[in-house]
Design a protein around this ligand. Structure first.
Ligand code: HSE
Length: 440
């Protein structure tokens, strides 16, 4: 059999990782794919730069359009990231009837509907395993392994940088900025690290997971997105004292007639396996009606873990080069004409438990005022922690865990409590999920 020629866009961390994995494991990969996979061309911003991978056998160019228009290239591997020019290049590759493999979560989450439609029209594949949770084969697991299930919910630690920061804050008492700088040095963080710490990267990945889990179009613009920048060491410690860990979770769940799509810091019981996923590691919990809860764990970022997913996609594409386009695994797991029209719920309609931290005057009646406001909107308190005032202080921290309540009621209660004279500053609110089998 003739080798399959591929072209790579981008020779950064993941690009070089892909070159190295393809070359080191060439024999085994050929045995799996049934054909040799040859990188014939690669585009890099600085083609002459010294890099961490051997490129002597590859024609290098500074112009990515040469790769997507190269008649010898059958599969384009897009590893430049970001919205543009990635979108234009991928659409051009598809227009040229080339298959595409991409690690670009931003591109798929925001422009995936357009890209999949174009791919469908041209009968080519767009594979994107590396876009979510790095090396964990979570797309394949949900799209194929769980295809017999009605998926009820999923919750994941899907940003390694954010998890690394929260872990270091808890374990070593390190400062936020210091840990972020280290994540950037190690190549985990996005080109714009606000995508990591403000939750945008996790929301891109969650949008993709929700689409393939529930058979709905990609709807990144409807996601509720909250980052980790307001989490303090004090919150991490109080959560620990109450038996919880704070993790930055992406959560998507069928709820009545809608789908929840939300990214925010979340307290989870420390005994849950996922609460113990630390550092740059990722994990995704998926609950299917038949299989029950399943957990997928692994490296969510880094050169070779991400390359592992990119190469698996290349092998998948090569294996199916000769299959009829209508009999391939659909891009979003469900047949394109069978996507469901289920809306994404506004955050105000989501029901969760909460951690609240407030600074209160140390006076009689303060707790009674606060609990009356909560009681008035039907919020029940599950745990309460009040610390003694520090020497010479008249203000004390009060920490509360509540039972489940609809977010709209919690917003009203927080506004009313913050307006009390005896409460200083803003209330810190972190959502809390037990992640039990039945989500209760
Ligand atoms: N910045 C991402 C993360 C890289 O930290 O998880 C992998 O998508």
């Amino acid at each position: 059999m003739e080798p399959v020629n591929i072209g790579i866009l981008g020779l950064g961390t993941v690009g070089c990782g892909t070159v190295n994995v393809l070359s080191r494991n060439a024999k085994e990969i050929t045995r799996r794919a049934g054909r040799e996979i040859r990188i014939v061309q690669a585009a890099a911003r600085s083609p002459d730069k010294k890099r961490e991978c051997a490129t002597e056998q590859i024609a290098l160019t500074g112009n990515p359009e040469e790769v997507v228009n190269n008649p010898d290239v059958e599969v384009v591997v897009e590893l430049i990231g970001g919205y543009e020019p990635a979108r234009q290049l991928v659409l051009q590759a598809i227009a040229n009837r080339k298959h595409v493999v991409t690690a670009n979560k931003a591109l798929i989450a925001v422009h995936g509907n357009e890209i999949f439609q174009a791919a469908q029209d041209k009968g080519v594949m767009v594979a994107f395993e590396a876009a979510v949770a790095g090396g964990i084969p979570i797309i394949k697991a949900i799209r194929e392994g769980l295809a017999g299930n009605h998926i009820e919910w999923l919750a994941g630690i899907i940003n390694g940088t954010g998890n690394f920061i929260l872990t270091e804050m808890r374990d070593k008492g390190r400062e936020f900025e210091d840990v972020l700088a280290e994540a950037q040095r190690l190549g985990y963080a996005e080109a714009d690290p606000t995508f990591d710490v403000e939750g945008i990267d996790a929301a891109h990945k969650l949008t993709i997971l929700a689409a393939i889990a529930f058979g709905i179009p990609l709807q990144f613009d409807k996601a509720y997105v909250e980052g980790i920048t307001h989490i303090t060491r004090a919150d991490v410690m109080y959560a620990e004292e109450l038996g919880y860990r704070i993790k930055h979770l992406g959560i998507s769940r069928r709820n009545g007639n809608g789908v929840e799509l939300r990214v925010h810091p979340t307290l989870i019981p420390e005994r849950r396996l996922i609460a113990n996923v630390d550092g740059v590691m990722n994990a995704v919990l998926v609950k299917g009606d038949a299989v029950g809860p399943t957990l997928y764990y692994g490296a969510g970022a880094g050169a070779e873990p991400t390359a592992s997913a990119v190469v698996a996609d290349i092998v998948d594409v090569v294996r199916t080069l000769t299959t009829d386009p209508n009999n391939r695994v659909p891009h979003l797991a469900f047949q394109p004409d069978a996507l469901a029209d289920i809306g994404i719920l506004p955050m105000e309609q989501v029901t969760t438990s909460y951690y609240l931290r407030m600074q209160a005057q140390d006076r009689p009646g303060v707790l009674a005022d606060v609990t009356r406001i909560l009681g008035d909107v039907g919020i029940s308190i599950e745990a309460l922690l009040q610390k003694e005032p520090a020497e010479g202080e008249t203000v004390v921290p009060i920490i509360m865990l509540t039972h489940r309540v609809v977010e709209k009621n919690m917003n009203a209660a927080i506004a009313a409590i913050e307006s009390l004279d005896v409460i200083e500053g803003r209330i810190t609110r972190i959502r809390l999920e037990h992640l039990n089998r039945d989500w209760d």
